[in-house]
Design a protein. Structure first.
Length: 612
């Protein structure tokens, strides 16, 4: 048995996967930790002491720290003369046509950057790091009483000796303060991205350590903060390529270039803070069920990004919330049913939702129902914009694709979002509200290792490539025994400012051929007469989990006439026809089939939605 636990801002989803199938539970989240009812829920889903093979956990705690800037004080130690690196950035604009807009400031204060007198060049040490300089730096750091320390020295990815010396001295003097070194966090070139990622790692470690350290289950293993910042949202996409093939549907996962695959990018930003860690491409919008409706200074109705969160939550939860949220609007419109609690037998109170919306509606000159419709329209528009960014704006036409809707409220908006993008088909899985937790429970164990190389492909024969991967493979076998190892290389044409990642099978010639092919596919052109530089080597180690037995629909006889108005989301016989408008109520999610859309229950339990 494997458990997947997905801690969100409002709800915590729990999924148990075993040879007998899938069991699910939905709990109220609590700020800053796992819900106290989690362990009881695990037991109810079939877990006894020592019975579970794995508990895989995803959380938004690190993401929220970056978005809300609630981390502690970080001191950055860098090479003298490079103290302004985080403020110089890449000298690009925050917004191309908005000249007055600034980038968000770094999470470290300028006065907390300490320059160490040392210098390492591409060929080795130029200015040695003296013992008295280490003492001075340690004293400067200690005087600032930091919550975390980041060390990022010039060319430490090539020679980490100086970083190791500083780290050893700082860890000895300040034993309770976490220290993040760039050669450990991101041992690759590009000083700004390496420094920003290392600082973010240090900034997150106190919060992540407190979060996981509060539980005896997690106390012995504290993950890196930067990795936790992208731990939650990607996993819901994992179960879908295989399930989509079962229903005969071509599904592109987000902005994937191939059917049933997904785009991984070498870097990105959260809350304006660059993180140069590999991650699956995801667009995030502040338009969830807890997003608050409000009026701006011009009197226009707005939704989010501020959220009511788990505490106090939407007004309809009767937990002290008084501001109107998207959940309140859905309840006022009859999308949610007071007879179907959302989690923990949490009752819904329509009167409280109407009272919360009434205050905003009066100020806007709207009826309560029209205000609710407006909030729903605004939330839908925000999600559609995000879908356009990962499809249309990347040269991908979504009109012939299938939209997969998951999350507690995703199926409520599936038809509206698909119609806004000109799409004709959408799928609702059998466990849409807990699909991220299901992805966690069924996910393979995976680690990625990277090292800098900077060699021309023409200089690399098969033996040279083997040598470049030797240390990475040794680390992978130590950290994840029995894993399948996949070699990758970051390549570019000389002079390019970006790289493409290709398989690194064989020697440099094979790598170059793969790069030319991918460059032509991605950008429409390739110069096969130009040399190719291999910048970094990457190793992905993956150990697969047992296959998940997915839920199936009832094989009893389907009704002869389409169902309308309201029906259960699960348990409908295979072949049942659903005609919009209709609401589908489930234990973990609610779905809405809009007018002009029809649904069919597939044998897998998936509801296939198509425009009439």
């Amino acid at each position: 048995m494997r458990f997947g636990v997905d801690v969100g801002g409002t709800f915590t989803d729990v999924v148990a996967v075993s040879t007998d199938g899938i069991s699910v539970s939905k709990l109220r989240s609590v700020p800053g930790g796992v819900p106290p009812t989690l362990w009881k829920s695990l037991g109810q889903l079939g877990g006894t002491e020592g019975a579970a093979d794995a508990l895989i956990h995803g959380t938004t705690v690190a993401t929220n720290v970056l978005l809300e800037r609630t981390g502690g004080r970080v001191v950055l130690v860098t090479t003298a003369g490079f103290e302004d690196l985080l403020w110089l950035r890449r000298q690009d604009r925050a917004a191309l046509y908005e000249l007055s807009r600034d980038h968000p400031p770094p999470v470290v204060d300028h006065g907390d950057v300490i320059g160490a007198r040392e210098r390492v060049g591409v060929e080795g040490v130029i200015d040695p790091l003296a013992g008295e300089e280490i003492v001075r730096v340690v004293q400067e750091v200690a005087r600032r009483s930091p919550d975390a320390i980041a060390i990022c020295l010039l060319f430490a990815f090539r020679d980490p000796t100086h970083e190791r010396g500083l780290a050893e001295a700082l860890r000895s003097k300040l034993s309770t303060v976490p220290v993040a070194c760039s050669h450990e966090v991101l041992p690759v070139f590009r000083e700004y991205e390496r420094a920003s990622t290392t600082v973010a790692e240090a900034y997150l470690r106190p919060a992540v350590g407190a979060y996981f350290g509060g539980s005896t289950v997690f106390a012995s293993w504290l993950p890196t903060g930067g990795r936790c910042a992208s731990s939650k949202p990607a996993v819901g996409r994992r179960p879908w390529p295989c399930r989509a093939r079962r229903v005969g549907s071509k599904v592109r996962v987000s902005s994937a270039p191939r059917w049933g695959t997904q785009i991984s990018e070498p870097g990105g930003a959260i809350g304006g803070i660059p993180l140069a860690l590999p991650h699956i491409l995801i667009e995030t919008v502040g338009a969830g069920g807890g997003s608050v409706g409000w009026l701006d200074r011009g009197g226009a109705l707005r939704v989010g990004p501020r959220s009511a969160g788990a505490v106090p939550g939407p007004a309809c939860y009767s937990q002290g919330g008084e501001e109107p949220t998207v959940t309140d609007a859905a309840l006022v419109l009859g999308w949610l049913d007071v007879e179907h609690p959302l989690a923990d037998d949490l009752p819904l109170h329509r009167g409280l939702a109407e009272r919360a919306l009434a205050a905003v509606a009066r100020a806007a000159g709207l009826s309560v129902e029209r205000c609710a419709e407006g909030m729903i329209d605004i939330a839908n528009a925000a999600m559609v914009r995000a879908l356009r960014r990962v499809s249309v704006e990347r040269g991908i036409d979504p009109r012939n694709m299938t939209l997969v809707a998951f999350g507690g409220a995703g199926p409520l908006f599936a038809c509206r979002m698909a119609e806004s993008l000109g799409m004709h088909r959408a799928l609702i899985p059998p466990h849409p509200g807990v699909l991220s937790a299901l992805g966690l429970a069924s996910a393979p164990e995976k680690l990625e290792f990277v090292d800098s190389l900077h060699r021309s492909a023409t200089e690399l024969d098969a033996r040279s490539v083997d040598s470049a991967f030797a240390d990475l493979e040794a680390n992978a076998r130590r950290d994840l025994p029995g894993a399948e190892l996949v070699r990758l290389a970051d390549c570019r044409y000389p002079g390019q400012g970006y790289e493409l990642t290709v398989p690194a099978s064989g020697g440099g010639e094979q790598i170059a051929v793969a790069f030319h092919a991918l460059h032509g596919e991605r950008y429409g052109h390739a110069d096969r007469d130009r040399p190719v530089d291999v910048v970094n080597v990457r190793l992905v180690a993956q150990r697969a989990a047992d296959a998940v037995r997915l839920a199936t629909s009832s094989l009893s006889e389907a009704p002869s006439e389409p169902i309308a108005h309201r029906a259960p989301l699960r348990g409908l016989p295979t072949g049942t026809q659903l005609r919009g408008p209709i609401m589908l109520d489930g234990v973990d999610a609610t779905a809405r089939i809009e007018p002009g859309w029809n649904g069919t229950v597939h044998e897998s339990g998936t509801v296939i939605l198509e425009r009439a």
